[in-house]
Design a protein around this ligand. Structure first.
Ligand code: PYC
Length: 320
């Protein structure tokens, strides 16, 4: 076995509290679309994901982003997002993190910059004092007021919507308050809901797995219209208001006639940080959301992976 240490250059940022670790050097040789990159890395180099995202180099809340050359000439980069348990379809807090990282590296042009992702092309502008606006892919409500029996919690009702990931969106009732002090309860509740959706075969379009659960309650103050808790794939919650979750919410509000094109919705997350969103109507139905949030670069480093390290691929485990 060679003693050669693998070096992975990363740039860390956080968007409204949620981390993004962009892998800027250290990917294996490959070329292709974001879907092809995702499949190649998942099937042949999944240890890279766990080395970057999991302890001891990462942590459970870490969201990673692989950066590679785009296939479309009008895009500045291709990106695949991942976390401690797998790959994400899309990720907007992550796109905002990638944008401040590209700006930090001097790789953005003035005006609009397009980024290829597995969900489609998203458009960003260079950050202004850390604020980045992202035009997301088409988002839509797939099913309204879907009931599900959740063991220990009773019947829960929510909308199923696509915002770049599949979400089940629930309005909190008196049994649960969307507040940071209730993180454990919110996590247990949303994990139980996700399990119940799976058990009952409730999915997004084409059987898409609903792997994000979003609970809404009143905001802490008038700086937002609503406050959410978002369970991400795995057991971690989004520290930010979740950009794809905000997009799913915007699509549901629009479908209910509660949000007109161009009107602003301010979505707070569990830390009371806020994303601003608005929609344009999409010709195929649904909406094209625009989401604005603020990110800061927090570190530039090189991860070292020694071949003899028993945790070269990170500490990988699954919790029942
Ligand atoms: O901001 O879209 C988002 C996101 C998805 C998972 C974590 N953050």
């Amino acid at each position: 076995m060679s003693d050669e240490v693998k070096r992975i250059k990363v740039i860390d940022s956080h968007t409204a509290g949620e981390p993004t670790r962009v892998v800027v050097e250290g990917l294996p040789e490959f070329a292709g679309t974001p879907e092809a990159w995702r499949d190649f890395l998942r099937d042949h180099h999944d240890g890279l994901r766990t080395a970057v995202a999991c302890e001891p180099r990462g942590h459970e809340a870490m969201v990673g982003a692989y950066l590679f050359p785009p296939t479309q000439s009008d895009c500045v980069a291709g990106v695949v997002f991942f976390n401690n348990v797998g790959y994400l379809h899309g990720c907007l807090h992550g796109t905002i993190g990638v944008t401040v990282t590209l700006a930090h590296l001097g790789r953005l042009s003035a005006g609009e910059n397009k980024i290829e992702t597995p969900t489609g092309v998203v458009t960003v502008c260079p950050p202004e004092d850390g604020w980045v606006t992202v035009e997301n892919v088409r988002s839509y409500r797939h099913a309204a007021a879907v009931p599900v029996e959740v063991p220990g919690w009773g019947t829960v009702q929510g909308d199923v919507a696509w915002g770049g990931n599949w979400f089940y969106l629930i309005e909190a009732d008196d049994t649960i308050e969307v507040a940071f002090k209730n993180l454990d309860q919110l996590t247990d509740f949303t994990c139980a809901v996700r399990d119940a959706l799976e058990t009952n075969g409730i999915t997004g379009a084409d059987g898409g797995e609903i792997d994000h659960i979003e609970v809404f309650g009143p905001p802490a103050d008038n700086s937002a219209d609503s406050k959410n808790f978002v369970l991400c794939p795995g057991r971690e919650y989004d520290r930010s208001p979740c950009g794809t979750g905000t997009s799913a919410k915007l699509a549901c509000l629009h479908a209910d006639g509660k949000l007109m094109p161009g009107q602003t919705w301010r979505q707070a997350g569990i830390l009371d940080t806020v994303f601003e969103g608005s929609v344009a109507e999409a010709s195929e139905g649904g909406v094209i959301p625009t989401v604005k949030g603020r990110a800061f670069v927090t570190g530039e480093s090189e991860l070292l992976v020694h071949p003899k390290d028993p945790f070269a691929d990170g500490i990988v485990y699954s919790r029942a």
